[in-house]
Design a protein around this ligand. Structure first.
Ligand code: SAH
Length: 515
């Protein structure tokens, strides 16, 4: 990490701002902290996807709902942070938005300071700023307003004893942004009116700002409470009171451009896989559920695999059938050798574009790229390249579970094939569902499930999740579609090419046609 802790004792607690929801709005510093955390204590408003950045062995504690029981009281959270930090742990306290903006971060920092424990503050992008920005509302604007006030609507003004002086707020010039309190909007707007603010003052509410679920409601001081009640506009939301709200008519950018807004889309993934598809869908406004289906584990006989990797240079060809196989192979290769040239004269074949792309990440050229893992296509590709496969020595890197058709087809044509079993896939367990996506799918369902491979179909179905009749299914291409149909699933969307951009384009076309 770039900076050193203030106190050299091993334990430290980072009070980290998790931003307003969009993963792209998390700071690099926050991510660094999460990546090395031993304990993460998080709140309901943190985007749970960032928990996947924590090391697999990190302890994750939901301060909003601990072990399904009650919400931790503030004093209990403080005590928990002190206890874990004192035990010498690297603790990350993840809080929505910024930890010091109505996040009770001050109380937690004080508890740590008084216990003489090391802590650091990692500021985050507050919903107080991001909410208006994502609704196309500038909180200050030259010539319109030059003052910004942020207040909490947490306390009911009519109950008395509120720390917020509403009469004064009503007279305060400039933009006023309220966090919390949408439930008390009727009473709060009444206080503003009683305090002398004009009834036609523009007011906007932004809920689930910066996420796939963002919605904005615009009204005036006189009617916003009624409108919100009629729409069932609930927390979490920020409210913006002020002239600047009018700018949204021209500046709304986020809700307008999102072709998949309001769609909840499932992406199946392995814990290690990069969320490339999720990122593309999220950028278009979809609410993405990343459901873990499998975990990649070491093969039963890793020693044998390592031996074969070591001998790779004695083969004419090394053939890969999946990106995971490429990772397993080079993981060992670079533990055994320091120089890429130690692969000798072996040439490289990779089945499918994703596998080839992974090989290239290791700076090796792909000499042969059969598009499909179909025996005939593969043998055909080899024959076209080499004339015949007879007596070619081929090292086939593959997972433990695939049906063995490739090796047999090559052997039949006279090739000498050794199979290097590099990894195995096992079904994901509840522990893998760190983002809570599986649970959300069970409770709320989704609009569409995407499958990027046949194995994704099999692995997803193996989870036995409830599939509503109106649920739609999208496929990366004909091979995946065939598997879907064989397993009784309808193919509602099929990508024209076997790559993620084409899949996303097909999904957009599907929904555009429906509008
Ligand atoms: N520290 C946080 C605020 C915590 S108080 C921050 O800086 O953003 C919780 C309140 O924050 C919610 O009631 C809501 O008013 C607001 N909030 C947090 N995330 C939000 C989001 N994504 N969209 C709208 N409001 C949000």
């Amino acid at each position: 990490m770039s900076s050193t802790p203030t106190i050299s004792a091993a334990g430290i607690c980072y009070l980290v701002g998790a931003g307003p929801g969009d993963l792209g709005l998390v700071t690099l510093r926050a991510r660094e902290c999460i990546e090395r955390a031993e304990v993460v204590v998080f709140d309901a408003l943190c985007n749970p996807a960032m928990l996947a950045w924590a090391p697999a062995e990190a302890e994750l504690i939901d301060a909003g709902k601990r072990a399904g029981a009650h919400k931790l009281k503030q004093s209990e959270t403080n005590a928990l942070l002190v206890e874990k930090t004192r035990a010498g742990k690297i603790v990350v306290r993840l809080k929505g938005g910024d930890p010091f903006v109505f996040g009770r971060g001050a109380e937690e920092a004080l508890a740590l300071a008084r216990a003489e424990l090391a802590f650091e503050i990692v500021p985050g992008i507050s919903s107080a700023l991001a909410g208006p920005a994502y609704a196309g509302i500038p909180v200050t604007q030259r010539g319109v307003v030059s003052q910004l006030t942020i207040f909490t609507g947490h306390e009911d003004p009519e109950k008395g004893g509120s720390a917020v002086d509403f009469a004064q707020l009503a007279r305060t010039p400039g933009t006023r942004v309220m966090l919390m309190g949408v439930e008390r909007l009727a009473s709060i707007t009444r206080q503003f009116l009683d305090g002398g603010e004009r009834p036609d003052l523009p007011v906007a509410l932004v809920r689930w700002a910066t996420t796939g679920r963002q919605e904005t409601l615009v009204g005036t001081l006189a009617d916003i409470a009624e409108k919100a009640a009629a729409r069932g506009f609930e927390a979490p939301a920020v409210a913006i009171f002020g002239e600047v709200v009018r700018a949204r008519e021209e500046l709304d950018w986020f809700e307008k451009k999102r072709r998949l807004a309001g769609k909840r889309i499932v992406v199946t993934r392995t814990r290690k896989q990069a969320g490339a598809l999720s990122a593309k869908l999220t950028a278009l406004g979809a609410d993405v559920l990343e459901i873990p289906t499998i975990r990649i584990e070491k093969p039963a006989n890793e020693r044998e695999f390592a031996e074969l990797v070591k001998d790779a240079h004695t083969y004419d060809w090394v053939m890969f059938t999946s990106p995971n196989g490429v990772d397993a192979f080079f993981g060992w290769f670079y533990r055994l050798y320091e120089d890429a040239r130690d692969i000798g004269g072996a040439r490289v074949a990779a089945v499918g574009p994703a596998t080839a792309a992974r090989v290239k990440e290791f700076r090796l050229k792909v000499d042969l790229q059969p598009s499909e893992a179909v025996a005939e296509a593969l043998v055909g590709a080899f024959e076209k390249e080499q004339g015949s496969v007879e007596n070619l020595k081929i090292l086939l890197v593959r997972p433990e579970t695939t049906r063995e058709v490739l090796a047999a087809a090559l052997t039949k044509k006279g090739a000498i094939v050794d199979e290097a079993i590099g990894y195995r896939t096992v079904p994901a367990t509840a522990a893998e569902d760190r983002t809570g996506a599986t649970e959300r799918f069970r409770q709320e369902g989704a609009d569409l499930v995407t499958f990027a491979s046949s194995s994704a179909v099999e692995n997803f179905l193996a989870l036995g999740l409830p599939l509503a009749p109106e649920l739609k299914f999208a496929s990366l291409g004909p091979i995946t579609s065939a598997t879907m149909r064989a397993r009784g699933l309808r193919v509602d969307v099929e990508s024209s090419k076997a790559n993620l951009d084409a899949l996303v384009a097909a999904i957009c076309r599907f929904y555009a046609g429906k509008k």
